[in-house]
Every structure is written in structure tokens, then in C-alpha cells.
Design a protein around this ligand. Structure first.
Ligand SMILES: [Zn+2]
Length: 371
């Protein structure tokens, strides 16, 4: 089952992890579920090292907040610190799956769009290639076909792919109008589905809450909408894009940024456990976690973009059948953001590159799946 080889992708050596269970005939015909979650602008530094001692003072001058996050997030051991920040990522994803992008152990997971901000990153990640035409965060319909849209058009997957996004630019990034992909984004309430009491309550919160940001809904609402959909609608592929980490970072509130990351970790655990609790999907669900861009170092941590050194480095988490844990002495990994699109398809049992040859190769081999 371990089937590891390397090849060149976009000038970088990419490690291919063992395909799911191709040799396991009993599994061959079973459909797969994929949960993709992105945490906007969450740095690899926090994912692999936990809270940063110097940045912990950056709480908008609020000394009590600084003291409070030190008490919550600090530990002298980086291994302990990262587990305090993201317990699900470290106790489940890293232990049972793979976590790529730790520069301290030599990994290099990079975006190739060169712009190091959101729309170019999501475009690269979701379409499988950087595109120089995507050079702003404006609400411009994406000319490129994305992997979710592609999967939505595959036999057995139509009507079983959906996206839930905190940022209101996603209907354009995913070109909802052209693609027909169900996308709920920003402060839009849940629509187009029979609204049960649970989702009616969620919609009441979309309507009733104070709006800290007009263009970004609270991540809790995005996660809650996605979880309700996961449990009621039996999707095969679900994308959850949250953004509070980036909002708080731009405002130099390291305390809010850390807390947003920890809340997201807990919500990702809920999505995973809800899927694993379903006998139809237990052992057949894969999870991919990643981000659209990195950020600067030191006091430049608030920033990202073309001129911010280091903001090209990202991280990827993979969990699911056939993704074997990475040993401590496993070789360093080089991978690109563009590889995520074909990886999402492969984990769903589909080969994106059979139809979209310009997409970067997947990080895992395609798995057999029922049509
Ligand atoms: Zn940003």
C-alpha cells in the first residue's frame, strides 16, 4: 500500500503519497467523501510552532488580553504549544495523516502565483494552476474552471458538491453563475434547500447578528451552515472556507488571531467527527486543510502580498484512508498550492488531469470510486 515516488511539478519535487486502497478490492467500488477546509492567511509558523512569544504582546495595547493569551497558549515546548493551539490538527491529522510545510524540518510548500494574496491563491489552489490574469481581490467572475465545479459535473457527484465561505468574493472565485455550483458566502443566509428548524435558527443569526465586517461573516456561522448541510444533505464533496484568522491578523490582533485558529480547529473536528459518525462515510472520508497564503515574519506578520518575504510559504494537512502517517525521519516534502485541486479530485476518486491536463499533479493517487 505504500507507493511512494517523486517527480517534478512546476520545478519542485513533489512527493506522492500512497494511493488510498487501490489494491483493496472490497473498497474499490465505495464512493469517497472529501472535506476541504481553508483557513485564510494562517501562517505555517503558528501551525508548526504554536504561539509566538514576541507576537503575543500584539493585542492592540490591551495588557490584560496579552496576559490572557500567554496563560492560554504559552508553553516552553513548541510541540506542546502547537497542540494547545490546534489540538485536532496535532492529535488527529498529524498523528493519523500528514502535515506538510514545516520549514523547520526542510519542507517547502509554496504558492506559485507570486502575488501572495487571497484571490490568486484560491484560484491556484482550486483550479490547479496559477493565472497571471487573476491579480486582484475584486469581484470579477473567474474565467477558470475549478475542481469543485468539475467534480459537480461528474457522474454521481452532481448535486453532491457544495461550498460554504466566510468571504463574499467566493461566488466570483468559484464563478457561481457559470458553474452552477451551490455556494453560500458572506452574509447570505442558507437558501435553496428545505430550511429545517436547525437551519432556520442559523438563518436567524445571519439576520440578527452585528456585522463586524460587511464582506466576511463570522466563521462560526460558516461552519454551522456547512455542518448542517453535511448532516442533512449527504454531500460527497464539501468546501468550507473561513477567514477570521486573516481579518484579525490585518488588524494586528494576535490574540484574536490565535483564538480564531483554535476555534477553527475545534470546528474542523466537529466536521470530521460528524462524517465519521455516519456509518456510510466512516473510514471513507478524507480531509484536506490548507491556506491561501502565508504572511510576513516578525512585525510584518500582519501583512502579505507580492513584496512580503516568506508569504509564499503555506501548509497542507491530509487525513483519510490510505494517507499513511509521516515518520519523524521521512524526507522533506516539496509541494505547491496548485497541487491541491487534483488532490481534492483524487481523494474523491477522480482524475482531474484526464480532463484538465494543465492542472498540477495530485499529492495522492486517485482512488477507485463508484460512479
Ligand atoms: Zn489577507
Amino acid at each position: 500500500m505504500t507507493n511512494r515516488r517523486t517527480f517534478l511539478a512546476g520545478g519542485l519535487a513533489a512527493t506522492v503519497f500512497g494511493g488510498a486502497t487501490r489494491s483493496d478490492g472490497a473498497r474499490e467500488a465505495e464512493p469517497r467523501r472529501v472535506i476541504l477546509v481553508t483557513l485564510d492567511g494562517l501562517r505555517w509558523q503558528e501551525v508548526f510552532r504554536g504561539a509566538d512569544a514576541e507576537l503575543m504582546e500584539r493585542t492592540g495595547g490591551n495588557a490584560a488580553a496579552a496576559e490572557s493569551i500567554r496563560a492560554t497558549f504559552w508553553n516552553d515546548s513548541p510541540e506542546q504549544r502547537r497542540r494547545i493551539l490546534m489540538p485536532f490538527v496535532w492529535e488527529v491529522v498529524a498523528r493519523r495523516g500528514q502535515l506538510l510545510g514545516d520549514r523547520d524540518r526542510g519542507d517547502e510548500v509554496v504558492l506559485t502565483n507570486g502575488l501572495k494574496f487571497s484571490y490568486p491563491g484560491y484560484n491556484e489552489m482550486l483550479t490547479g494552476a496559477a493565472d497571471p490574469r487573476i491579480n486582484s481581490n475584486q469581484k470579477i467572475p473567474n474565467p477558470n474552471r475549478n475542481v469543485l465545479e468539475w467534480l459537480h459535473g461528474r457522474p454521481g457527484l452532481t448535486g453532491r458538491v457544495a461550498a460554504f465561505c466566510s468571504w463574499d468574493v467566493f461566488p466570483f472565485i468559484l464563478n457561481r453563475e457559470r458553474s452552477g455550483l451551490p455556494v453560500q458566502a458572506g452574509w447570505e443566509p442558507i437558501a435553496g434547500e428545505p430550511v429545517d428548524p436547525r437551519r432556520a435558527t442559523i438563518n436567524a443569526l445571519y439576520e440578527g447578528l452585528h456585522r463586524e465586517w460587511d464582506n466576511n461573516v463570522y466563521d462560526a456561522l460558516t461552519f454551522e451552515s456547512a455542518l448542517a448541510h453535511l448532516e442533512a444533505e449527504d454531500p460527497r464533496v464539501i468546501y468550507v472556507a473561513v477567514g477570521e484568522t486573516d481579518e484579525h491578523a490585518h488588524h494586528d490582533r494576535y490574540d484574536f488571531y490565535l483564538r480564531a485558529a483554535r476555534r477553527a480547529d475545534a470546528q474542523i473536528r466537529r466536521l470530521w467527527e460528524a462524517s465519521e459518525a455516519n456509518p456510510a462515510w466512516r473510514g471513507r472520508t478524507s480531509l484536506i486543510l490548507t491556506t491561501d497564503h502565508g504572511r510576513g515574519e516578525g512585525r510584518l506578520w500582519t501583512s502579505h502580498g507580492q513584496n512580503i518575504e516568506g508569504a509564499e510559504f503555506i501548509w497542507i494537512g491530509l487525513l483519510g484512508p490510505g494517507i499513511e502517517p509521516r515518520g519523524a525521519d521521512a524526507p522533506a516534502v516539496r509541494a505547491t498550492q496548485a497541487q491541491i485541486a487534483a488532490t481534492v479530485a483524487a481523494l474523491a476518486g477522480e482524475d482531474l488531469r484526464s480532463d484538465v491536463p494543465q492542472a498540477a499533479p495530485p499529492l495522492v493517487e486517485a482512488v477507485g470510486a463508484a460512479r
